[in-house]
Design a binder for this molecule. Structure first.
Ligand SMILES: Cc1cc2nc3c(=O)[nH]c(=O)nc-3n(C[C@H](O)[C@H](O)[C@H](O)COP(=O)(O)OP(=O)(O)OC[C@H]3O[C@@H](n4cnc5c(N)ncnc54)[C@H](O)[C@@H]3O)c2cc1C
Ligand code: FES
Length: 279
């Protein structure tokens, strides 16, 4: 069993949990994820490692309550235990080694959580990091201070203009690339449509673009095929080849269609669960 050693509310329906998982904490790297199961009847869900402390044996996750399992998870308290907490999963990608020593990290919504360990690592590696983070509005923009600490420059965007630039992260990304293309790469993490827009935007500038794929996953170890994505002429599995990948050739339309495959079942599971707990 895996104890929840701390919980914190970061915004409406967004929580940060620290989990005691010494073996995972010892090995996990930025960009990798875990799969957890709350109890015997639960489904496995993938969540990205946001922070880890090998000495304390803890791994930090941040999640948004979007459906049955994440809502159930959000009801747990410090001292409660999870049945499974498996990791590290996914490939670790060392993206460094470019000629410019400058990179751009773009985060959208809950994607700011997986972005944090990446920009922190780039900063520790001595790269000049420009961050662009966004959310629908100020109250749901997470990790601003933490990401700012890892960036040389940070741009904030909100869809409703309640904080920073009034508009999308892609607006600021375009401005930056119009000024200079001397970047080793752009890393964009967020909803699939945001990653697709960033990928399409970056392509003509000739700067490499990485994304982190949040496909549906069942086993997380390359066996079930539920996370498969078309990348050019190849088929890749986001759980073992990714979740981070070069974005240029990814078929995002297909990926987004595959993500909607179980909407009815997801809705049904949520309704059944809410009835069970009397909500
Ligand atoms: C590698 C990876 C890392 C992730 N990291 C994070 C993270 O750090 N924080 C976070 O909040 N979310 C993260 N996600 C998404 C998270 O796994 C889903 O939100 C979660 O599985 C939803 O489960 P649910 O039962 O609460 O909702 P469901 O009822 O299952 O689904 C609600 C919505 O989430 C989408 N969804 C369902 N299952 C998955 C799945 N396995 N993967 C992706 N989307 C799904 C559905 O299309 C639907 O729109 C990550 C996903 C992947 C693949
Ligand atoms: S989640 Fe099953 S193959 Fe990737």
């Amino acid at each position: 069993m895996f104890e929840i050693v701390s919980t914190e509310e970061l915004g409406p329906r967004i929580k940060r949990f620290e989990i005691k998982a010494p073996l995972v904490a010892r090995k996990i790297k930025p960009g990798q994820f875990i799969m957890l199961r709350i109890d015997d009847n639960g489904e496995r869900i993938p969540l990205t490692m946001v922070d880890h402390d090998a000495e304390a044996g803890t791994v930090t996750i941040i999640f948004e309550e979007v459906g049955k399992t994440t809502i159930q998870l959000g009801k747990l308290k410090t001292g409660d235990e999870l049945l499974d907490f498996i990791g590290p999963l996914g490939a670790y990608h060392d993206m460094t080694g470019g000629e410019h020593g400058r990179v751009i990290g773009v985060g959208g919504g809950i994607g700011n959580a997986p972005l944090l360990p990446k920009v922190s690592e780039f900063h520790e590696q001595g790269l000049e990091v420009t961050g662009i983070i966004g959310a629908r509005s100020k109250e749901i923009l997470i990790l601003e201070d933490e990401i700012k600490a890892a960036c040389d420059t940070l741009h904030i965007c909100t869809d409703d203009g309640s904080h920073g630039h009034h508009g999308f992260v892609s607006d600021v990304l375009k401005q930056l690339l119009d000024e200079s293309t001397d970047y080793d790469f752009v890393l964009a993490i967020g909803p699939p449509i945001m990653m697709k827009v960033c990928r399409d935007l970056v392509k003509p500038y000739g700067v490499p673009c990485y994304v982190s794929l949040n496909t549906i996953m069942v086993d997380g170890t390359g066996m079930c095929g539920s996370c498969r994505v078309s990348v050019g002429d190849e088929v890749k599995f986001a759980c073992v080849d990714g979740p981070e990948m070069r974005g240029e050739e990814i078929d995002f339309e297909e990926m987004m269609a595959r993500q909607r495959r179980y909407v009815d079942e997801e809705q049904c599971a949520l309704e059944r669960y809410l009835k069970e707990v009397g909500e």
